[in-house]
Design a protein around this ligand. Sequence first.
Ligand code: GDP
Ligand code: MG
Length: 440
Amino acid sequence: MFNFFGTHKIGILGDASSGKTVFLTSLLWNLEEGKLRLGATHEPPTDVKIHKLNDQHAFDYAGSKRKCKSSNKWPAKTTSEYSLAKCSYKPHTLLQRDLMFVDIPGERMADLPIWQCFDYAEWSAALLQSWRESDTLSTCMQEYVDLLSHPDTGKEELARAYKRGMRELLRNYIPQISPSTLFFNEGRLESMTDINDDSWLENRSIWRHGDNACDFFPLPPEWEENAPELYISCCKNFNRYKKVIIKPLFSQIEYCDHFIICIDVLGILAQSPGAFLKTKEELEYFFTKITPGFLGKLWNFIGGSQPRVAFVATKSDLVYGANLQHLKDLLEELVKRFVTEKIQFGYFTCTAWMSTKEGQGEARNQAIVNVLEMDENGTPRKVEAVLRCPPLPEEWPDDWDGAEYARFTMDMLPSVINANPPRQTGIDAILNFITGDDKK
Ligand SMILES: Nc1nc2c(ncn2[C@@H]2O[C@H](COP(=O)(O)OP(=O)(O)O)[C@@H](O)[C@H]2O)c(=O)[nH]1
Ligand SMILES: [Mg+2]
């Protein structure tokens, strides 16, 4: 692929529920309705086109829009490995822009070694080695590793120990769960209640392809001779996984020349310091293992554009007043360690879908949201609720109680004011930055 001037492939990366699908829906919708102000002159662009893609991975823009218009629901969860959306427009005084967006589930990044390793044997060795290098990892995987020194251990026993080990990683917020299909499927993470249930875990396949369980886990080289049947089966399923899940996704990522990274800072606060460390580690992984790849692609420079990465703290409508500045400070503090001169970085807070209004009087600086409440007949009714939250810290504390911020993850309806397109703040600036069109 050659990147002509004005043509960009942009990865939208983030963990489940960080707001990727909502962001993309709102971006396209606002663009289509002439509500974005782009280019150096900050005017609505002309010649806007949202392309229909003839691709099994096409982003369901029409479906997302319909769902919101007709039933006041959030856009549906992305179920495919990734999704693609394409649009074009002409900013005032500039040439036409052609943008392809790739919505990338962050959880799949843990499978990067599957993509980068030459084969199953190399992947196995890499994984076993990485567990040895970390105390927490080796503790979590201890039971499984112990079994590996007994070549007569059966497949079921190994699979069970592997799944339990991966569950320990999850509980310890260690983002190295691979194959990621174990707990993450169809764009969402399984519920923690299920995962904690031993019999659920027991029956859970590590990976299913169609109706078939296609489990695999890493084995050391001596198993090839000692347990050839098991070894071959793991090897076969590994190759199939690589072909079906990994290749399509990572080939897309390789061709992205810019990235928008969605980070749910408020969601991290509502969890715990472990979630903070996990996000940091995921980003570290991305910047050490992936960006050098895309930096090496010559066409970035032939196309005349330095790679750009926009860090975005999503759902900023949940906070008001001084909290908004703190949200941005927290984002910057989390990501500033990744800044290098080779990439252009930008920091943004974004409300892709304004769903709150600011409280008045005593509730000033608090977000008012709409929630569904059952009335005495059991009929759901839309009522307003105050999302009362303590002030956000100015910097990340060493420790905190996630329960204090739990309301940031409360279930709310998409918008207080039924807007068409959704009201947003931040998308214009992010798009302008990522295309480089903000420059005079
Ligand atoms: N208040 C508010 N909630 C949002 C916003 N964007 C996303 N959300 C919430 O976050 C959920 C997950 O968003 P989604 O885009 O599906 O996340 P994805 O898994 O990263 O694609 C949505 O269902 C909404 O509840 C926003 O701009 N404002
Ligand atoms: Mg999604």
